[in-house]
Design a protein around this ligand. Structure first.
Ligand code: FES
Length: 76
């Protein structure tokens, strides 16, 4: 799957770069030239880098929070 459309970088390219030693976005950018045009791939590339290097998958989490009650602040 393409991660960076502008530079035609795939998730496989990123996995290979990590296997070859890349451990940061700076290193991925240097090796693959991704995220150097429109920048839209940055978040996905970063999530993929974390997933590959840590084994932790980034997923969106939706948390329902209770409504906040506004209280009047007494005048000083
Ligand atoms: S999608 Fe990667 S720079 Fe545009």
């Amino acid at each position: 799957m393409y991660v960076c459309i502008c530079q035609a970088v795939t998730d496989r390219d990123i996995r290979e770069a990590v296997d070859a030693g890349a451990r940061s976005m700076r290193e991925l950018r240097r090796r693959l030239n991704l995220c150097n045009s429109c920048g839209r791939c940055g978040q996905h590339a970063r999530e993929l880098l974390v997933e590959i290097t840590t084994g932790v998958t980034a997923t969106a989490v939706h948390i329902e929070l209770p409504a906040v009650r506004e209280t009047a602040v007494p005048a000083a």
